[in-house]
Design a protein around this ligand. Structure first.
Ligand code: G3I
Length: 369
């Protein structure tokens, strides 16, 4: 005898069955296409920082070429690599990155022409006068940008020049001894952006900053600086938001909303925004293993950041700072207490974070409201 189930009971069973089917379909459909293919549909570049020394590793280079449409040398285009001594420009490592990118039709970001940290000893201990240092830096811009002209489409011209209060940091380039604009705030930053534009008029010029991704005093100062630059015709095209997320102890909806608001105000100036160094570090045990719940929460953070970018048409690139946990700055930086910050694990297997990024890219940019 067929007993009619209570309509309510039918619908509950139906709902559960449909959910199981949907999940199975998603499991089979998810990630059929790569991040690169999904991002292309959204008109956003998906990039990652790379180490030329790893390009010969098959799993590294094949994952990189399949999943990403943009690369940036993690260190190979920095002063301490390019300039081993005052008379030498060593482009070999940077050129390896360029060759790989060109072979795989990838865009190339340049990083970074001016940073107050990690400069070679001959420079920081050279006791140069401001005039000599200004000539040195100007020559660096001309030699490096002309070498990579037509290859690097966007440069982090200046990196991390402001402190947590939004003040211009003391640095070799600002006032120790600086290049002639000591005590004049962002004037030296303006000067180097003008040098950059003359050296390579085709390159997009970015100011790149850490810990100023959401709305805070530092991001307010970045906003004020680039708004002033735009108003006065200083050649600048975008702001890089590094997005190193050092802890899971964040209010994900709040951080997502704050990042979106910051992106929206920057793009309203007519600037592009690139997420430039995204990683979400986790506490790990002595074997380097994170807690499973942390991996899930990490995915939610990645999801929120990607969503915040895709909501703004002016956010045109999302870049992680490395892509496999096998090679990340965080392990050594945290003396082994933190890591597992990236979308692929040490064996190049996609993590929940990868799936979250894929799902957001696959869902596409929300309709303009
Ligand atoms: O390759 C040498 C090795 O031969 C030597 O034995 C070893 C000991 O000192 O140093 C190795 O070089 C290190 C290099 O990373 C490669 O691992 C440098 O000391 C070390 O300073 C360098 O750190 C880099 C750091 O920037 C400073 O340049 C990290 O890889 C890189 O991930 C990090 O990236 C920065 C961004 O440029 C700006 N935003 C913050 C981000 C994280 O700090």
């Amino acid at each position: 005898m067929i007993t009619r189930k209570h309509p309510q009971e039918n619908s509950l069973f139906e709902y559960l069955w449909r959910s199981v089917v949907f999940a199975a379909v998603m499991a089979s459909v998810c990630c059929a296409q790569s991040l690169r293919q999904e991002a292309e549909h959204d008109g956003v570049l998906i990039g990652t920082a790379v180490r030329p020394s790893q390009l010969s590793e098959t799993a590294y280079s094949s994952t990189l070429a399949r999943e990403f449409s943009m690369v940036e040398a993690e260190d190979a285009m920095k002063w301490w690599v390019l300039r081993p001594d005052p008379a030498t420009y060593d482009f070999r490592q940077g050129d390896e990155v360029v060759r790989f990118a060109q072979a795989h039709q990838m865009k190339i970001r340049g990083h970074c022409l001016v940073w107050g940290r990690y400069n070679p000893d001959w420079l920081t201990q050279g006791h140069y006068t401001t005039r000599h240092l200004s000539r040195l830096l100007h020559e660096h811009f001309n030699r490096v940008m002309k070498h990579y002209a037509g290859q690097v489409f966007a440069w982090d011209v200046v990196n991390e020049a402001l402190d947590e209060n939004g003040e211009v940091r003391d640095s070799l380039w600002y006032n120790q001894p600086g290049i002639g604009w000591s005590g004049k705030g962002t004037a030296y930053i303006e000067q180097v952006f003008r040098w950059a534009h003359k050296a390579d008029p085709q390159a997009l010029l970015f100011y790149n900053e850490a810990e100023g991704e959401g709305l805070n005093r530092k991001s307010d100062a970045v906003y004020a600086m680039v708004k002033d630059f735009k108003r006065r015709g200083v050649p600048i095209h975008g702001v890089g938001l590094q997005m190193h997320i050092p802890t899971l102890d964040v209010d994900i909806p709040a951080i997502t909303a704050s990042v979106f608001a910051n992106i929206a105000r920057l793009t309203a100036l007519g600037l592009q925004v690139h997420i430039t160094e995204l990683d979400v570090s986790l506490p790990v045990d002595s074997r380097g293993t994170p807690r499973p719940d942390d991996l899930t929460r990490q995915a939610d953070v990645y999801r929120g950041i990607v969503r915040a970018c895709l909501k703004s048409p002016g956010c045109t690139a999302i870049q992680t700072w490395g892509f496999t946990d096998k090679y990340s700055w965080i392990g050594s930086h945290s003396h082994g207490t933190r890591g597992q910050a990236l979308p692929f694990d040490r064996g190049y297997q996609p993590k929940s974070a990868y799936r979250a990024v894929w799902e957001e890219l696959s869902a596409g940019r929300p309709a303009a409201h």
